[in-house]
Design a protein around this ligand. Structure first.
Ligand code: FMN
Length: 361
């Protein structure tokens, strides 16, 4: 295994049910108390950062998937006070929060956390979330990212300039002032996007792309595409890839867990999730492929790795190297027991194998 610096993160279960729409998974209640416990454990285990999503509408169904969701930025303020070292990253939907409000919130978070904040942005276009607020945004992908581009430009100006005058297509600022400034200048910023348009926007404006693939092949394709689009923009675009890990003492034990969760697959929630992701409206070919994949898939569909700690280590090392990833961001069915397996066995083995990170566990 080639030596490589990798950041290890945890995608916090701030949404009820975590990432498996099923009635037979461990109960994840999306409470702040649980997420604080997970974050403190992540810090103790040596993870580099935690990240919370920004979701405003659940998918219902028998599992009530994501029906409860903590707000990301305010959750991070609490988590920053509850920890000392770990990066505490938040997600902000650029369609929902004015950039001047977001700039000040993140600068405040930066002070609360002593420079440990980071921001994942999403460009919006989630119909169920936004329509319920009467926003009815009909921006297609190109429009969405033009808007997000302005949003990022405004935020960065407010973080670095005394006063900002800005006349854009979407935002107008007049002698707009934002203090305090972040301690770290511009905090790390990434964007959750997998489309070419989204990756191009990310490469030109931000530090990294938060990506997810459904298989080893799709992760390798995404890693290569992100790298190529970064090179076209003249810079290294970091890739933060989400992995669902399902550990067991043996491979067979892990597979039994998967069978149990799939037996409770919540089709109602899953079909709403598919519609919400908007593939259907945007691109018929992608919609057909995704619908086909989903109809054949199980309740667990995001880049899932299943097996004993040794087997998980092997699979992760292979994909991180083959896709040339900069960061692995983990989700799992049980964010205490499974996180301990990852932090105590899998990541130390990856580090010993040359996929090290800057934080000593
Ligand atoms: C890994 C990942 C995490 C995401 N997290 C969120 C989120 O927290 N909130 C949200 O509204 N959308 C989230 N999204 C959805 C994106 O905002 C966006 O709708 C989707 O990626 C489509 O963008 P694209 O067409 O540029 O890929 C996420 C997407 C990905 C890939």
């Amino acid at each position: 295994m080639a030596d490589k610096n990798v950041e290890y993160g945890v995608f916090l279960p701030v949404g009820s049910g975590g990432w498996i729409p099923s009635t037979t998974t461990p109960e994840l209640d999306a409470s702040y108390a649980y997420n604080r416990r997970v974050t403190q454990l992540s810090e103790r285990l040596g993870f580099d950062f935690t990240l919370s999503q920004a979701v405003w509408r659940g998918y219902g169904g028998p599992s009530g998937h994501f029906d409860v969701n903590l707000e990301s930025l305010t959750t991070s303020a609490g988590l920053a006070e509850a920890t000392e070292r770990i990066g505490v990253w938040s997600t902000c939907n650029t369609a929902l929060l004015h950039p001047a409000v977001a700039a000040k919130m993140v600068a405040t978070l930066d002070q609360v956390s002593g420079g440990r904040s980071g921001l994942n942005i999403v460009a919006g276009g989630n119909r169920m979330s936004e329509n319920q607020m009467g926003l009815g945004l009909s921006l297609d992908n190109a429009d969405k990212y033009r808007r997000a581009r302005e949003w990022v430009e405004v935020v960065k100006l407010l973080w670095t300039e005394k006063s900002v005058d800005y006349e854009g297509e979407f935002f107008t600022l007049t002698d707009c002032q934002s203090n305090p400034k972040p301690l770290v200048g511009i905090p790390p910023m990434i964007c959750a996007a997998v489309s070419d348009v989204g990756l191009r926007f990310t490469a030109e404006n931000l530090d990294g792309a938060l990506i997810e693939g459904t298989s080893r092949d799709s992760m390798i394709e995404l890693g290569a595409r992100a790298r190529r689009i970064g090179e076209e923009a003249g810079r290294h675009l970091k890739t933060y890839c989400i992995f669902m890990v399902i550990p067991g003492e043996t491979d067979a034990d892990a597979r039994r867990r998967v069978e149990l969760y799939n037996a409770g697959r919540d089709d109602e929630a899953m079909s709403r999730m598919l519609a919400e992701h908007g593939v259907v409206a945007r691109d018929k070919k992608a919609a057909a492929a995704t619908a086909h994949e989903w109809s054949n898939s199980t309740a667990i569909s995001t880049g899932t790795l299943i097996g004993s700690p040794e087997s998980l280590t092997e699979q992760l090392a292979d994909i991180i190297s083959a896709a040339d990833l900069d960061s692995a961001v983990f989700i799992m069915p049980d964010f205490i027991a499974d996180l301990e397996v990852l932090g105590e066995q899998v990541i130390p083995a990856l580090v010993r194998g040359g996929l090290g990170h800057k934080v000593a566990a």
